[in-house]
Design a protein around this ligand. Structure first.
Ligand SMILES: [Zn+2]
Length: 190
């Protein structure tokens, strides 16, 4: 029902659909810059990173306040909540703006980590909720396993006598690696 309303709004007004998509990308990029700045000391950033994060906070506040302005209060059985459904074309970016707000205000930002690019990871940000705070990969099923498989392939290749290169051996690491563009994208923890 709700998805149909959004679909119809986007079809009826393609410019509104593009505006919604631009808003989503804006929020994603802004949140990345803010969370990245939160780990700058640990991950080696520059003063420019802090300036970019400050600008991103301003932009995120504008997105969030726009979303709140479009929202309405709804009385559920036990509480009042904000519903972001008055402008269907903006429903998706408005909910994402709320989610970004929620992460920034409630998450423990000392737990933000970056999937290690230098070790073959994708550079995405995530929240480390492990008990001892030692999680390294965005998701073990993605980068963790890919890097492990690549190391195994490299070890096997190093152990193999020269001239015995076999086609089809090993894991097609590049085929499943997230694109490098992913480094500039949204925190996966959302
Ligand atoms: Zn990763």
């Amino acid at each position: 029902m709700e998805a149909e309303q959004v679909d119809r709004a986007w079809r009826d007004e393609p410019a509104a659909a593009h505006a919604g998509l631009a808003a989503v990308r804006d929020i994603r990029e802004g949140l990345y810059l803010v969370l990245r700045a939160a780990i700058i000391d640990a991950d080696g950033g520059t003063a420019d990173d802090l300036v970019a994060a400050g600008a991103a906070l301003v932009a995120l506040h504008q997105r969030w306040s726009g979303a709140v302005a479009r929202a309405r209060f709804v009385l559920d059985s036990s509480r009042v909540r904000l519903a972001y459904d008055t402008v269907p074309a903006m429903l998706v970016p408005d909910r994402i703006a709320e989610a970004a707000y929620d992460v920034m205000l409630t998450a423990d930002l000392t737990r933000v980590r970056r999937c290690p690019v230098l070790e073959g990871g994708c550079g995405w940000l995530f929240l480390d909720r492990s008990r001892n705070g030692s999680r390294r990969w965005c998701r073990m099923a993605d980068c963790g396993n890919v890097v492990k498989a690549r190391r195994l392939t490299e070890r096997r290749r190093a152990a193999r006598p020269s001239g015995s290169e076999a086609v089809g051996e090993g894991v097609p690491v590049r085929a499943v690696m997230p694109s490098r563009d992913a480094q500039q994208t949204f925190a996966k923890a959302l």
